[in-house]
Design a protein around this ligand. Structure first.
Ligand SMILES: CCC(=O)OC[C@H](C)CC[C@H]1O[C@H]2C[C@H]3[C@@H]4CC=C5C[C@@H](O)CC[C@]5(C)[C@H]4CC[C@]3(C)[C@H]2[C@@H]1C
Length: 410
């Protein structure tokens, strides 16, 4: 990307100085106009399933080992979308819009083979920011749910982000669960004004069928020398035998080896993503992200940063007003699709099993993230979903939307 020049260069320099003293909450930072993104973080859940065929593939594998490999392959295919699609489309990472409490992102992918895969993403916490999501394909009985927040720190001109939360895949046909931990990342290229994500350290996938995958990330100048690199292994939990070795670049292609024999390769280029379908803005609920941020996005498109600030403040002031009212009434904002639970037994033993590996590598044991870090352990609430689908909650939804619209209007 072209190096920064003129005012952009000076605003970026002062921005970097401000990051040096930031408090860890990325969302609270005011970034220079050219780095402002037009996408809310609540939309990022969609990156998990832009390849519906790969998402449902495990449901067709009757052999548990091959099914675990299909899950690992799907997970690896999501990394490019999650962590580099904005740089590819926009030339660099951008600062996401900071979702307000209750902000929704709803959509689906239609694929001739996979059928319909539905996406529900909701900002379930604003302080700290936490996004929860549920993505499911009824035809193949494959469901992903999870939640995540970010803890950022800054050192030697690099922003390091640790993700809190986890993802969990369930395959109905085999009543199988996969615990998926989230990669830590750091932002490179800040000093040139073209920030991009590099993944680091390792993550694991632990299945209830007794398969364990670990993925170790490395970047340019590290062992592998190439940026966005990884190497992964799949083994039976507790066994030393490596069943499969997978290695390559998560932004490009990777090969799958059984022993010394290469049995498959995956290339992002050969796997185009399926577009997400969402409702036209006028049909969206006022809490849906693209409708809620439409005026801010329009102002950014016009490069009218004063108007951007005004429209953003309207949304932020409305949120402060709603929180104040709830405090006065002793109520809390009703999360539309998610609830918190005290414990997640189905995941605990997976986390415990996966921790045996992380501890054996001298890493810290995996935790199901202390609830305090994310204002609770968030799970998709099927009952809430059914009540909404049946229309039972129409009045409540309408009232919630009116509250937000009324608070934003003035
Ligand atoms: C205030 C700091 C700032 O604006 O710095 C300017 C730069 C844009 C760099 C910081 C931003 O970089 C973005 C990258 C974002 C992550 C990308 C992908 C994911 C995966 C997804 O499943 C969950 C969210 C996550 C972790 C994003 C979190 C927010 C990140 C780090 C943005 C930074 C503010």
């Amino acid at each position: 990307a072209a190096a920064l020049t003129g005012t952009a260069k000076s605003t970026w320099a002062s921005f970097l100085k401000s990051i040096a003293s930031f408090n860890g909450d990325l969302a609270s930072m005011t970034a220079p106009p050219f780095i402002l993104g037009k996408t809310s973080l609540v939309e990022y859940s969609a990156y998990w399933t832009e390849h519906p065929k790969l998402f449902v593939a495990p449901a067709k594998e009757t052999d548990p080992e091959k099914r675990a490999l299909a899950v690992l392959t799907w997970f690896l295919s999501t990394l490019k979308q999650q962590y580099s699609s904005r740089s590819e489309k926009l030339g660099s990472e951008k600062k996401p819009l900071n979702p307000f409490l209750g902000e929704l992102f709803l959509g689906h992918w239609d694929d001739e083979e996979a059928g319909r895969t539905e996406l529900i993403s909701e900002q379930v916490s604003h302080h700290p920011p936490v996004t929860a999501y549920s993505i499911f394909n009824e035809k193949h009985g494959v469901r992903l749910q999870g939640y995540n927040g970010q803890r950022a720190s800054f050192a030697s001109m690099t922003i390091t982000v640790k993700q809190v939360g986890h993802a969990r895949l369930h395959i109905d046909a085999f009543d199988e669960d996969y615990f998926i931990s989230l990669p830590a990342l750091h932002i490179e290229g800040l000093v040139y004004g073209t920030p991009y994500v590099e993944l680091e350290k390792s993550t694991v996938i632990q299945s209830s069928s007794g398969y364990f995958a670990k993925i170790e990330y490395s970047g340019k100048g590290w062992v592998s020398g190439k940026k966005n690199s990884f190497s992964a292994t799949l083994q039976k939990t507790g066994s030393k035998e490596i069943l499969y070795n997978i290695a390559g670049q998560w932004t490009d292609s990777f090969t799958i080896k059984k022993g010394k024999t290469e049995i498959d390769t995956y290339s992002a280029k050969a796997n185009p993503t399926t577009p997400l379908t969402i409702k036209p803005l006028e049909e969206q609920d006022p809490l849906e992200s693209r409708r809620a941020w439409a005026k801010v996005v329009a102002a950014i498109d016009k490069c009218d940063y004063e108007e951007t600030g005004i429209e953003k403040s309207k949304i932020e002031n409305a949120q402060r007003e709603l929180r104040k009212k709830e405090k006065a009434e002793g109520t809390v904002w009703e999360r539309r699709y998610f609830s918190t639970i005290d414990d997640l037994p189905v995941v605990n033993q997976l986390v415990e099993a996966a921790s045996r590996w992380t501890v054996s590598q001298g890493l810290s044991p995996l935790l199901l993230d202390e609830p305090a870090k994310t204002n609770g352990i968030w799970v998709f609430d099927e009952k809430k979903y059914e009540d909404i689908k049946s229309g039972k909650k129409d009045a409540e939804l309408k009232a919630a939307a009116e509250k937000v619209e009324e608070a934003t209007a003035h």
